[in-house]
Design a binder for this molecule. Structure first.
Ligand SMILES: C[S@@+](CC[C@H](N)C(=O)[O-])C[C@H]1O[C@@H](n2cnc3c(N)ncnc32)[C@H](O)[C@@H]1O
Length: 224
């Protein structure tokens, strides 16, 4: 059973007419939240190619850039934030990107309940909400339930790439992911240059908060 503890803030804010149009008109074609189960990603994208999920895609800049730079890979930008998803949809349509879809909703639900086993080659989690207060610890996205679901949806050899500018959250990530013996740490340190820099990261850097990147690889059962 999926825990009903949300890892995100309920954010309000008026949508522009354009954004409302995107959510009404573009979403039926591009939003996996509106697709029937069971989800078969090769059918969704009409081909067999590596599938990459970005959890907490925010304004969509990372997924949009990666999808544009890597036409041979298929991307999902997942966020609960309506404005960010609307912006991502508008840019998908404007740039005519065939290899990017959105998931307007809880990505934890997508990986725990909707995706089949071993369907993703990468999961990206950049600057998840840190929930710094101790009483909010259980709201952090990176917790036991997340790691179990991750191991289920990643293909052997697949990777998870996380970034945070909160050293306490980086510590939690190391602890939670470190408990899973099938995950082998392949990077723990400064930002990886190939990761696009988002508005959120730049704002942190202006206040002296530097990113810590963590990368893990899922070992095949024969390796562990
Ligand atoms: C601090 S923002 C960072 C956004 C983006 N990754 C960036 O670097 O600019 C964190 C984002 O994660 C999203 N988020 C948190 N939990 C989520 C979940 N379970 N499913 C989907 N999105 C989630 C929030 O809505 C928010 O947009």
């Amino acid at each position: 059973m999926v825990e009903a503890i949300r890892s995100y803030h309920a954010r309000r804010g008026r949508l522009s007419d354009n954004q409302r149009w995107a959510l009404n008109t573009l979403a039926p074609q591009w939003d996996l939240a509106l697709f029937p189960d069971p989800l078969d990603l090769d059918v969704v994208y009409g081909r067999s190619a590596p599938k990459i999920l970005e959890i907490g895609s925010g304004l969509g800049d990372t997924a949009l850039q990666l999808a544009q730079e890597n036409p041979d890979r298929d991307y999902i930008a997942a966020d609960v934030h309506s404005k960010g998803i609307a912006r991502t949809l508008l840019l998908i349509a404007q740039r005519d990107l065939a290899n990017l879809r959105v998931l307007h909703g809880d990505a934890l639900d997508l990986i725990t309940r909707r995706l089949p086993a071993a369907c993703l080659s990468e999961v990206l989690v950049f600057f998840p909400d840190p929930w710094p207060k101790a009483r909010h610890n259980k709201r952090r996205l990176v917790r036991q339930q997340f790691v179990e679901a991750l191991v289920h949806v990643l293909q052997p050899g697949g990777t998870v790439h996380l970034a945070t500018d909160d050293p306490a959250y980086a510590h939690v990530m190391r602890e939670v992911l470190g408990r899973q013996s099938a995950l082998q740490k392949i990077h723990d340190g400064p930002r990886v240059p190939l990761r696009p820099r988002t508005k959120y990261e730049r704002a942190g850097e202006r206040h002296g908060r530097l990113a810590i990147d963590l990368m893990y690889r899922l070992q095949a059962p024969s390796e562990s």
